[in-house]
Design a binder for this molecule. Structure first.
Ligand code: HEC
Length: 116
């Protein structure tokens, strides 16, 4: 029980560490890292969601930093876990900046071809 409490405390502390502050991210570097780390294979190259439900849509309006870190470091179900040894917090911040740089497409009502 004691060791369980210790593990829980350590986990909480490491989670808090990750939540402390979002490092400033670089969207161009983030795009390269998003490709290199294979995020695109499940979420699509612009985060639009993957084929046949391989991964949910994660843009536009990606999760805020804390929830994003949580989703990548401790995925809920089928997504592989990306530990800090493989994708650092700085790299995650770059990926987050890339996802934030992706703006929503135009509304159907603003596309002339769809309104003929
Ligand atoms: C093998 C497929 C796969 C890969 C590769 C993958 N993901 Fe995911 N991702 C998923 C699935 C499936 C979920 C839904 C939650 C779950 O099943 O764990 C998810 C959930 C997420 C979420 C939370 C969105 C939500 O609505 O639940 C974020 C953010 C995310 N992924 C980002 C990333 C990033 C960033 C990378 C690359 C570093 C990545 N994913 C790589 C499959 C993948």
């Amino acid at each position: 029980m004691k060791s369980f409490r210790f593990a829980a405390a350590a986990l909480a502390a490491s989670a808090l560490g990750a939540f402390a502050a979002a490092p400033a991210g670089d969207a161009a570097r983030g795009r390269a890292l998003y490709m290199k780390n294979m995020c695109y294979t499940c979420h699509g190259t612009v985060g639009q969601g993957g084929e046949r439900g391989s991964g949910p849509r994660i843009t536009p309006h990606p999760f805020p930093w804390e929830a994003f870190v949580q989703a990548v470091r401790r995925p809920r179900e089928a997504m592989p876990r990306y530990a800090p040894e493989f994708v650092s917090d700085q790299e995650l911040a770059d990926i987050h900046a890339y996802l934030e740089s992706i703006k929503p497409g135009r509304k159907a009502s603003e596309i002339p071809l769809l309104n003929d």
